[in-house]
Design a binder for this molecule. Structure first.
Ligand code: TXD
Length: 309
């Protein structure tokens, strides 16, 4: 059976866990790439040895070169440095721009039709950089952050409402940083907006915990950052693309006038399928949320201007 091919670059915590999820869901055959010699090969071998137990028929190869990545349908880029306590995502920019820029060159030449899913931080800037460096249509260069931030929001809301997280449709917009914009008026439980279910102060406290969702985990782990929910999020995007489902997920995409924003990457709901972004979904935001979204996107624009492209 011919299966789709997904390359995961960076076989660290997020990359290896994403690879495992792709295999176990039988979404694609996987190529796992890392610069550390032997490491992706070792992890791939270990995962293949779980195949008879887990019952998956998908395969994975680990490698330090890009030749095996040829003609991938999707490339998920997770390579780079992760935050340590006390660091902001922006602190990673210079080093990760160098790493991601090099990777995009390698993968885009070998898989010219691929869809790139960016995970490396600072996410919005890396998405813009990958778009520029690949020369791909922006519909095929998408950043993962909104799915994760919304999943965190759903979890925190579910704790307060005492219901399972999956029953909440949560929406977080904007950049993946302190200026992200949780949207309680569009976050719902059984079709009812959260704003009708919880008092304003409670919602504001949950919004703030969501904005701090990444650093809360960094501070607990001491080394490294979150990876279970981030890998789930990247794989949810890959699944929507591979199955051409049209599922609407908040993703970091290039805006061309939607939400009054142009020429910069920003987190908004999009419908995903074959070919990447099918459509940007425009929510009717309150003027407060619209201002916050604009401010967040301006920060991304300023950070992108620091790149030497
Ligand atoms: O919401 C989001 N977008 C994020 C982003 C959620 C969680 C993590 N986020 C970011 O993803 C994080 O801040 C980092 O920038 C990346 C990867 O996080 P991870 O936790 O997986 O970091 P690791 O475990 O350190 O793994 C990084 C791997 C490691 O094995 C390196 O050897 C490898 O990247 N690496 C490379 N691979 C290939 N090619 C090059 N050049 C390279 N450089 C480093």
């Amino acid at each position: 059976m011919s299966r789709p091919k997904v390359t995961v670059v960076g076989a660290g915590f997020v990359g290896a866990t994403a690879a495992q999820r792709l295999l176990e869901k039988e979404l694609a055959n996987v190529v796992l790439v890392d610069v550390i010699e032997g490491m992706p090969q070792g992890k791939a071998l270990d995962m293949m040895q779980s195949a008879s137990i887990e019952g998956f028929e998908t395969t994975i190869v680990g490698t330090n070169s890009y030749d095996e990545t040829k003609n991938s349908d999707i490339v998920i880029i997770t390579a780079g440095l992760a935050r340590k306590p006390g660091m902001s995502r922006d602190d990673l920019q210079a080093k990760n721009a160098e790493i991601v820029g090099g990777i995009v060159k390698e993968v885009s030449s070998r898989s010219p039709k691929a869809i790139l899913i960016l995970v490396t931080n600072p996410l919005d800037v890396m998405s813009y950089l990958a778009w520029k460096k690949s020369g791909f249509d922006s519909k095929r260069v998408i950043g993962m952050a909104g799915v994760l931030d919304s999943a965190r929001y759903a979890y925190f809301l579910s704790l307060e409402l005492k219901i399972p997280p999956k029953e909440i449709e949560a929406v977080v917009l904007g950049g993946h940083g302190d200026l992200m914009v949780p949207a309680p008026e569009f976050s719902t439980y059984k079709g009812k907006p959260i704003t009708a279910l919880l008092p304003k102060e409670k919602i504001e406290a949950i919004n703030q915990r969501t904005r701090d969702g990444g650093i809360e985990i960094v501070n607990l782990l001491k080394t490294g950052s979150a990876y279970y929910a981030p890998s789930s999020s990247a794989v949810a995007m890959a699944e929507a693309i591979l199955k051409d489902s049209g599922r609407t997920l908040p993703c970091c995409v290039l805006l061309n006038g939607e939400y009054g924003i142009s020429g910069t990457y920003c987190g908004v709901p999009v419908s995903l399928g074959k070919g990447g972004v099918k459509k940007v979904v425009e929510l009717k935001l309150s003027s407060e949320a619209q201002t916050a979204l604009k401010r967040s996107s301006e920060h991304v624009r300023e950070q992108c201007a620091k790149l030497s492209l």
